[in-house]
Design a binder for this molecule. Structure first.
Ligand code: ADP
Length: 466
């Protein structure tokens, strides 16, 4: 079985959020399932070709698109800790000059790049003579690969047996330009559609979460399924994490957490107060992530006698960036950092006591899974993948791994944080809660198996019995 992954992001080369994490780890897990996998992605200016030892190949060609010829050169690298080859599509005007994966406020430029990328995929695969069984595309950026495949398959021998899978990591980014909605086209034409959690696969069939595409998703529900994301458990591993002060595991958790917490407090300029719970937030600064209710609750809590400390890391919407920056001067107990910073992210996962995800919607969410692994207790709003992965310890004292609230409001959020703080101060329950989370297995293996089963089903449909 030969699979090709096409994506706008692949960690550690280029990343804006969870999509990068998934493409940086799922292909490796697939390759470990006796399946061949390659990845195709753009060579943005922000990709450090030298540090990642990427090599320019002698493959070059032109993509004809909307009456224009785009010269393409192919670079090549390996996904770390694997044999998975990554092909980088290089065109200076479209990608080389881009300093962000998604250039804010320049949607036409973004679209042109992703559509040319999608066309380049087919020519590249012919040039390297890699005839895929599966083209696995991700989000609207590469959805047009599935559309083109459906169009050319009837007469193009090379791709006549290839099947497509479109994974929706976030339904709210649709690539809608004038008459054409690229995500919708992909949903119509892909052979299978998946989302990144079972709950989200259900939610997007409703008007509340469907972002206007729910009628289409309901109509094609027979080819839609949800497969939960995993995390790279080698990368996110408190026992081996190169970025954190003290490595720790389940048995020396208390000491490891204490030292990582102190180091984080010092680095961020927070008072080192024993017993003050430290709560983290890491995420794209977008409406989806629930920052409006979070900031309001933080402000109210900061006026209380027993207040938690907060560390927030994120980048995105310039208005939200400004709001976050302003908090540094308003309170001693709140520190924010604007930027995409993998090292600091891992120090936050390790150094905090709790991790906050008050999302308005959340297709899967990785922050809560990474937190569990670092013994950092998630406080989440019960939507999407957060429903599938977090059990509230208040309802299930012997199974719970975090805290979960339903209503999207600052008041509910505050109440839940307060409950978490009460547990935190109770030595009879906290270590057990932390330990249960650390024991959970959120590796990619079961999900990679589920994808492999889907691929097999698409390429060898079960015979219809008489
Ligand atoms: P989404 O895909 O909606 O962005 P997820 O929770 O699925 O959200 O994944 C976010 C991933 O991106 C996590 O691995 C998180 O640690 C990482 N991340 C998000 N923002 C930053 C940032 N500013 N710096 C470092 N890592 C970040």
């Amino acid at each position: 079985m030969k699979v090709v992954f096409c994506s706008a992001e692949v960690a550690p080369f280029s990343q804006a959020g969870g999509l990068g994490d998934v493409l940086g780890s799922l292909p490796r897990a697939i390759a470990e399932q006796d399946t061949q996998a390659v990845i195709i992605t753009p060579l943005y200016g922000l990709v450090d070709a030298e540090a990642h030892q990427l090599q320019k190949t002698d493959i070059s060609f032109e993509v004809q698109f909307h009456g224009k010829a785009y010269p393409i050169t192919i670079w090549k690298g390996l996904l770390p800790r694997s044999e998975v080859v990554i092909y980088f599509v290089d065109n200076y005007d479209l990608f080389g000059s881009r300093k962000q994966v998604y250039p804010y406020g320049q949607p036409e430029w973004e679209l042109e790049g992703f559509l040319v990328l999608s066309q380049a995929v087919f020519e590249l695969l012919r040039r390297v003579n890699y005839r895929p069984d599966i083209l696995h595309v991700h989000d609207w950026h590469t959805a047009s690969v599935a559309t083109t495949l459906a169009d050319i398959r009837p007469y193009d021998q090379y791709f006549s047996r290839t099947q497509s899978v479109l994974t929706i990591h976030n339904l709210n980014y649709q690539g809608e330009f004038g008459e054409i909605n690229w995500l919708k086209e992909g949903i119509l034409k892909a052979d299978a559609v998946t989302t990144v959690s079972p709950t989200y696969a259900q939610e997007i069939q409703t008007p509340e979460f469907g972002a206007k595409l729910d009628p289409v998703i309901r109509e094609y529900a027979h080819k839609v399924s949800g497969i939960l994301n995993g995390i790279d458990t080698e990368l996110y591993n408190p026992e081996a994490d190169a970025f954190i002060t003290t490595k720790y595991n389940r048995s020396n958790f208390a000491e490891g957490k204490k030292q990582c917490k102190e180091a984080l407090q010092v680095e961020m300029g927070l008072p080192v107060v024993p017993g003050a719970p430290l709560i983290g937030f890491i995420g794209r600064l977008a409406e989806q992530k629930g920052l409006d209710i979070l900031l309001q609750a933080m402000k109210e809590m900061d006026e209380q006698a027993s207040k938690p400390q907060w560390v927030l890391l994120g980048t995105g919407d310039p208005k939200m960036e400004e709001a976050l920056k302003g908090l540094n001067t308003k309170s001693q107990n709140i520190r924010t950092f604007i930027g995409f910073n993998t090292a600091l992210a891992q120090k936050i996962y390790a150094g905090c006591d709790m991790f906050m995800m008050p999302s308005a919607f959340e297709p899967c969410g990785l922050g809560q899974l990474i937190s569990l692994r670092y013994g950092t207790v998630p406080i989440v709003r019960g939507v999407g993948g957060l429903v599938d992965t977090i059990t509230d310890v208040r309802n299930q004292p012997h199974r719970g791994n975090g805290f979960k609230f339903a209503e999207y409001s600052a008041a509910k959020l505050k109440e839940t944080v307060q409950a978490a703080i009460d547990y935190y101060h109770n030595n009879a329950v906290w270590p057990e809660l932390v330990g249960r989370g650390m024991d959970e297995d959120h590796s990619w293996k079961p999900s990679a198996e589920a994808y492999k089963t889907l691929y097999a089903h698409l390429t060898h449909p079960a015979p219809i019995s008489a």
